[in-house]
Design a protein around this ligand. Structure first.
Ligand SMILES: Cc1cc2nc3c(=O)[nH]c(=O)nc-3n(C[C@H](O)[C@H](O)[C@H](O)COP(=O)(O)OP(=O)(O)OC[C@H]3O[C@@H](n4cnc5c(N)ncnc54)[C@H](O)[C@@H]3O)c2cc1C
Length: 500
């Protein structure tokens, strides 16, 4: 593309998830006049938030890892993120709990972690050290070197192939973990992380074991005021640089002329012209619904719909009278089954009678998220996406909610249900309705080896040269560090193309 360096370049980012916001900040800080257009009334995408009856509920991400990737967005203009939002360390990172009452506190404190492993099986302490070496090696390769590099052609994939072979990327995280440690509970503790980005530990590439090193080095953090406070800080930072955000107005069309995107049109009738357009919304929605005039986009949408999508989630939010000093910030309540439950969710499309839960208890870190003397929680269970299981969530939702609350009460919070003062739940249908998420998937494309890197949606469209993608459906994938890395990859391409 031939570029007039003196002309102001304008870009539109459709969607204000973490990926969209990070991309918009990078573009605006480089002097590109950037407009974010967001369908919902608040920014953040999956990181939406609700205020109900005095309680603050984050809708999505709660575990913040690699804070440096966020700080970098402020450093672009010499600012300090801490002036806009405070990140607080969380310790332990997680408490893992099994039905037999075993607790395992997981953190990067080596002595404490060794003692926790020793309680499960002292013979696994040496195996854990070897697993950590493996995790460090894949972290270096998969995250530090390749986590923010766009895979636009197959050659880039071939270049990565020797490293993938060396690290046995064809094996699953669970299989790799099992080659280092024997204890079944420890195998679950070291492999469940892939679920946080939509991957089945039994099939997700062992490369994703990098998360262990990511957390070990960077820690686990929580934003004071909740994750949405971090979203708001990103918006403040973006607007202070002169960026514009337009909320509550879904884009209905990306206008094209030949193989060029020329502008966007929204539901309210607003339209504007841009030199470049980037989609942060769902990839199937973007290709199928926003680019109706492009035959290539329609073909792409069809191809995407044949791919495998991550499961959805069922999330129960509840505000409770009382303070729970014994419940740490993040808990995983494993169910009686691990492999079999994962097969029910990923393969059989079953909402099983048992579940593994993630329990979020933010008021233990930040009591301001509930009225004095009260607590805020959410409990989350992975469930099949809507393409796997035709479930009537209006009917099943209240039953499933009650079972989850009963399990939380039985396992960690006696008397809980009598003390609940507000409660609501979020189902796969809500993911589809609120976020245009294909099949209600919570994490977009499943992170399998054959859907990673070049096999994922490219950060720049192959046909429409000034159309870009950012977020969970692109490389490297879901999770805050993933989508912030994708923003770096996409921004690099856009700034090159726009002559910055
Ligand atoms: C319940 C839950 C818990 C999670 N926990 C964690 C965690 O603890 N740690 C972690 O790192 N990750 C976590 N994740 C994953 C992480 O939240 C996501 O991968 C990440 O936030 C996705 O960001 P994104 O940039 O892809 O955009 P999204 O968050 O998907 O946002 C896309 C935006 O595009 C907008 N949009 C869509 N269509 C249009 C349109 N036509 N016009 C305008 N706007 C449109 C949507 O409204 C939305 O705001 C969690 C996810 C969920 C659902």
């Amino acid at each position: 593309m031939k570029v007039d360096m003196n002309k102001t370049r304008r870009a539109c980012v459709i969607g204000s998830g973490f990926g969209g916001l990070a991309l918009a900040i990078r573009l605006q800080s480089a002097g590109i006049e950037t407009v974010i257009v967001e369908a919902r009334d608040k920014p953040g995408g999956r990181a939406y938030a609700w205020e109900k009856d005095g309680y603050t509920f984050d809708a999505g991400p709660t575990v913040i890892t690699d804070p440096a990737c966020l700080q970098e967005l402020w450093s672009l203009t010499g600012r300090d993120m801490a002036a806009d939002v405070e990140l607080m360390p969380v310790m332990p990172f997680y408490r893992l709990n099994w039905p037999d009452g075993t607790n395992f506190d997981y953190s990067n404190d080596e002595e404490r972690l060794a003692s926790e492993i020793g309680k499960l099986d002292p013979r696994d302490i040496a195996g854990y050290a070897k697993f950590l070496d493996y995790s460090a090696a894949v972290f270096e390769e998969g995250y530090r070197k390749l986590g923010h590099v766009p895979f636009l052609d197959f050659r880039s994939m071939l270049k990565a192939a020797p490293a993938l072979m060396r690290h046995q990327a064809w094996r699953s995280v669970y299989s790799m973990v099992s080659s280092f440690v024997e204890n079944e509970k420890l195998r679950e503790a070291l492999s469940f992380h892939t679920l946080l980005v939509g991957g089945n530990p039994m099939t997700t590439s062992a490369i994703y074991a990098l998360n262990h090193k990511l957390e070990k080095d960077g820690g686990v953090w929580f934003a004071k005021g909740g994750t949405h406070a971090l979203v708001r800080a990103m918006v403040t930072h973006f607007e202070r640089m002169g960026g514009t955000i337009r909320l509550g107005d879904p884009v209905v069309e990306i206008e094209t002329l030949g193989d060029n995107a020329t502008g966007v049109r929204t539901a309210s009738g607003w339209r504007d012209s841009f030199d470049a357009v980037a989609c942060n919304g769902d990839i199937v929605h973007s290709y199928r619904d926003l680019l109706k005039e492009s035959a290539a986009a329609r073909r792409r949408a069809e191809a995407l719909q044949r791919k495998s999508f991550s499961p959805s989630l069922f999330v129960v939010h509840f505000g409770v009278e009382g303070v729970y000093e014994d419940i740490p910030h993040h808990m995983i309540l494993f169910g009686p089954r691990y492999k079999e439950l994962l097969a029910d969710i990923y393969d059989h499309g079953l909402v099983a009678g048992d579940f593994s839960l993630y329990l979020h208890h933010p008021t233990i870190s930040d009591p301001s998220l509930a009225p004095p003397g009260h607590s805020t929680f959410y409990a989350l269970a992975p469930v099949p996406h809507m393409g796997k299981a035709p479930i009537d969530w209006d009917e099943v939702g209240p039953i499933y909610r009650d079972r989850i609350l009963a399990e939380v009460e039985r396992r960690v919070a006696p008397g809980l249900r009598d003390r609940i003062r507000t409660c609501f739940h979020y189902t796969p249908v809500d993911f589809q309705t609120d976020l245009n998420a294909h099949l209600g998937s919570a994490f977009s494309l499943e992170p399998t080896l054959t859907q990673s890197a070049w096999f994922r949606t490219h950060n720049r469209d192959d046909k429409i040269a000034n159309l870009y993608f950012v977020g969970a459906g692109t490389h490297p994938g879901a999770g805050i560090p993933g989508v912030v890395g994708s923003a770096k990859a996409t921004a690099g391409l856009m700034l090159d193309d726009l002559g910055r």
